[in-house]
Each structure stands twice: as C-alpha cells, then as structure tokens.
Design a protein around this ligand. Structure first.
Ligand SMILES: Nc1ncnc2c1ncn2[C@@H]1O[C@H](COP(=O)(O)OP(=O)(O)O[C@H]2O[C@H](CO)[C@@H](O)[C@H](O)[C@H]2O)[C@@H](O)[C@H]1O
Length: 477
C-alpha cells in the first residue's frame, strides 16, 4: 500500500516540536506493516542541504509566484518529495516566523503551495507514482484535502491527523484568489470558518478519517472546553474520529546507546545516571548535591503551563529541589525564568533556545520531568522521561492522562505506577504534585521500581504503526 504523507516538519531534517518526531518516525515503523510512505515537505534550506542526491521529478512553472520543482531523495529510511520553491521556502531559521518571531506574511500561500503540490502528486504529477491514501498532518498540510475536493479528478482516500488543535491556520477571505481555489470553496461545506478561511477546518471537513494523538484528546476535542471552536464539527464527525497514542523512536531515544549522554545506562545500571546529572549541573550552573533534580523541556507557551510552574517554583526551591529548564518561545516567560535563575542561583538553571542534544542529556540526568500542560494532545517528553528513568510529573489531561499511571496508593500496591499526575491544573495542585514526587524520590526502593517500570514499557512506534496500518486498510476495504 502506498501512502503519501504531507507535513511541514520532519525529524531529523527540520523540527520545531513533536510533529516532526511523529512524521519522521512513522514511515520506518509502517514498513513492517507493508505500508510504503512517501512524505511531501517544503524545501527549506535545511531540507535541501540534507542530501546531495535530490532529483527533479516534476516542474511547476509559475507556481504560487515562482519556479517550483518537485525533487525526490531518500534520506535514511525516509522517501521524500521536497517542494523546492525558493521564493517561498528558502528562508533561514524557524520555518514559520522571521528573525523577530513574527509569522511570515505569506504563510497561507506557502502552506497552500505545499498542499496544492501534494494534491497534484495525488493526481499523478510524479511519473509512475499514485498513492492509495493521502495522510496530512496539522493545518499546514490540511488544505491538500480542499485542493483534492475541488479538482475534477479521482482522489485517494484521506486521513488527517491533528497534533494540536490550537494552531488552525485562519486567514481573511480576501486571500482566497491567491490560493488558487474557486470562489465556491468559500462555503460552510468548504473552507469557510467563522467568516474567514480555516485551513484545519477544511481538512477536518473533507477528510475520510480524522485521527488525533491520544484517545483522551480525541474525546476532549468534541467538547467546548477543549474544542477551540471546532467542537461542533468534530462532534458531528465523531464516527470517523479516533485517537492513536504517539510512540517514540527507540533508535533515537535509547539511554543504552544515546550519543548525547555523557554516560550510557540501562534499567540495571541506574546509578550510572549520576554521570549525566553531574554534566547537567555544570551546564545549568546548579549546585552539586543529592537533592532531586526536576527538568522541563518545552516550547514556552500558555499551552505548556510554564506560567503555572513559575508560580510553583518558590515551593520547588524551598522543598530543597532544583530545576533545569530548556525552552524557547514566549519572551516574557523566558524573562521570568531568567530572573528566577538569578534569584535562586544554584537551584534554578535555564537555557533558552532549541537544543536537541541537550534535551537528551536532560532526560538522562534529571530525576523528574515536569509537564504541567493546560492541554496536551499526546506529549512526547513524558514518554522520553519514562524511557530514561526520569519520572514524569504531569497534568492529568489529554495524552498525559493516557500514558502515565499516577502513583496513588492503589497503583503503588499493584506495582503499576509510572509517574505523578495532578488535577485541576493550578499552581496549588502542581505544588502538591512536586511534594508527592519528592516524597517518592526519598523512598529509594519505590522510586527505582517506578524508574525500571517506565523504562520497560513498550513505547515503540511498531505498536502504533499497526493501528495506523489498520486504519488505512479499513479505508481501502
Ligand atoms: N527547547 C527545546 N530544545 C530541544 N527540544 C525541544 C525543545 N522544546 C521542545 N523540544 C522537543 O520538541 C518535542 C515537543 O513535543 P511535544 O509532544 O512535547 O509537544 P508539541 O506541542 O511540540 O507537539 C504537538 O504534537 C505532538 C506530536 O503529536 C504531541 O505529542 C503534542 O501533544 C502536541 O502539542 C519533543 O521532542 C521535545 O523534546
């Protein structure tokens, strides 16, 4: 079976968040289920530089205002089709924003170019290639399904995966002409969304199947509380909506072989983690002692509850614990933690920026990882934490709720606990969760049993890929 995936990020070529991890890991896992994935991605500089064997397989002259070529290459286990459109994608840095952190003004045209190219590929633009299924990820690729809908051609079955409903791609009606869609597309049963053009809305409307990245989030987004305006549409499509929990790439996230760690270890040699911890203490300017070390690796946004952590920080410090934070995003939130690291010198350390290698060391050397998200479709850092023996302390929401078993009395008795959960998602309850985690940490036999339990869980993509393969087969049946 041939699946054409469409996405704006793919690990290891270009990554700003969890989307890239998923899009990068699924193809290799699906191979084992007789599914051949080809992924269409924008030809950003990092993408074009990742191979010197790009071959032009199609040309689109005058495409969204410039010369565009579709180029093919295999990189590792990924079969890629890049939309090489320098006028749209040859820009440095983060894919979505300029050096000042502002969205590129032509983002709607840029991601419609990606989507329109993907639709053309479905129609046979690339010689000898026709996918059975097109699988689009998030708002940047969602319009693929609109282009397919308004074209007079046979179209493949389609799946859309929502990694985060907070990003929807909403733009004024006036740009419709520049997107190459017919005027009739601006309708309730088309791309219209509250008087604007809604990219994600269009994808959700046209897709044959909708998935999101955990069952609990699939349920949450049908409610007004978490549906972000799309709850009506999603509830109306409940029969085609399901949740498949993310896996992790166990070749990349393996403490036994991870080259980013100072010391490799496994569940039988947990004491070796001390070497990574020492390296972290040095990197973050933290005191060397035996107190519990919390870490947080995250985009710094409202979603991730970083402000909730800021409020609970004095409690963390007065409880004798330390914090290492790696994040990028909201400048104001960065300022709060910059200030905190000065105020609590040796107890709080922060590094701002996107540093993949350092993120690995953080899970390999810290004792607990914090994920105080207000909403979380799945979440990956708690999964990395489990795999690295770094106990997750998480909000009970979305995929965090589905993937962590809270260390309550019953779960501890049953030897099932893997972390600490808290709800409601308030500074008070986070303080309480931090205290519970510290108490568990001080009970070494219980703590180490939890670490080993988490490390032993099967979080491979192979399990999850089976669910996607089943979904594809159902669609083709
Ligand atoms: N400063 C930094 N330096 C280095 N690495 C950093 C970093 N900040 C974040 N990361 C990394 O980026 C990824 C973030 O993935 P998450 O799943 O935690 O959240 P995100 O909101 O981006 O993803 C969305 O999509 C994913 C995938 O489906 C869902 O799990 C999630 O719930 C949803 O919000 C992780 O690999 C993390 O280690």
């Amino acid at each position: 079976m041939k699946v054409l995936a469409v996405a704006s990020e793919i690990h290891p070529l270009i990554k700003t968040g969890g989307l890239a991890d998923v899009v990068g890991a699924l193809p290799a896992a699906l191979k084992g289920h007789d599914v051949a994935v080809t992924t269409v991605i924008p030809g950003y500089p990092a993408v074009m530089a990742a191979s010197d064997s790009w071959q032009t397989v199609a040309k689109l002259p005058g495409f969204f205002g410039g010369r565009t070529a579709i180029k093919r290459a295999s990189i590792g286990e990924l079969d890629l089709l890049a939309v090489d459109a320098p006028h749209l994608f040859d820009r440095p840095g983060n894919p979505y924003v300029d050096a000042d952190g502002r969205d590129w003004l032509d983002n709607p045209q840029r991601y419609c170019a990606l989507s329109s190219a993907a639709a053309e590929i479905c129609h046979g633009l690339v010689k000898a290639y026709r996918p059975d299924i097109v699988h689009v990820h998030d708002w940047q690729a969602a319009m693929t399904l609109a282009y397919l809908n308004y074209a007079e051609a046979v179209r493949p079955k389609s799946v859309i995966t929502v990694h985060n409903l907070a990003f929807q791609g909403q733009y004024p009606r006036s740009i419709l002409g520049s997107l190459g869609l017919p005027q009739r597309a601006f309708a309730l049963d088309g791309v219209e969304y509250y008087g604007m053009i809604g990219f994600l809305k269009a994808g959700l409307h046209f897709a044959d199947r909708i998935t999101t990245v955990s069952p609990r989030y699939a349920a949450e987004i049908k409610t007004a509380e978490a549906g972000m305006g799309l709850e009506g549409l999603l509830a109306g499509r409940a029969d085609v909506l399901s949740g498949i929990v993310n896996g992790i790439d166990e070749r990349v996230w393996n403490p036994q072989t991870d080259p980013n760690l100072v010391v490799n270890y496994d569940a039988k040699s947990l004491a070796r983690r001390a070497g990574n911890r020492k390296a972290l203490e040095e990197r973050f300017g933290l005191d060397h002692d035996n107190s519990p070390l919390f870490c947080l690796v995250s985009r710094m946004t409202w979603q991730k509850g970083i402000d909730i952590l800021a409020e609970a920080l004095p409690h963390l410090v007065s409880s004798g614990a330390r914090l290492a934070l790696l994040g990028s995003g909201d400048r104001e939130l960065e300022g709060i933690f910059r200030q905190a690291s000065l105020q609590h010198r040796g107890r709080v350390g922060a590094v701002f920026g996107f540093d993949e290698a350092l993120s690995h060391l953080m899970f390999g050397g810290s004792d607990m990882t914090l994920v105080p998200s207000r909403f979380e479709p799945c979440g990956l850092t708690q999964l990395y934490g489990l795999r690295y023996g770094c106990i997750p302390v998480v909000a009970r929401v979305g995929g965090l709720s589905d993937t962590i078993v809270d260390a309550n009395d019953a779960a501890l008795t049953l030897k099932a606990a893997t972390g600490v959960q808290f709800q409601p998602i308030t500074p008070d309850m986070l303080r309480d969760a931090i205290s519970r985690a510290i108490a568990l940490y001080n009970d070494k036999p219980v703590w180490q049993a939890m670490q080993r339990r988490g490390m032993g869980l099967d979080q491979s993509w192979d399990l999850r890929a089976a669910s996607y393969a089943k979904l594809y087969r159902e669609l083709l049946a």
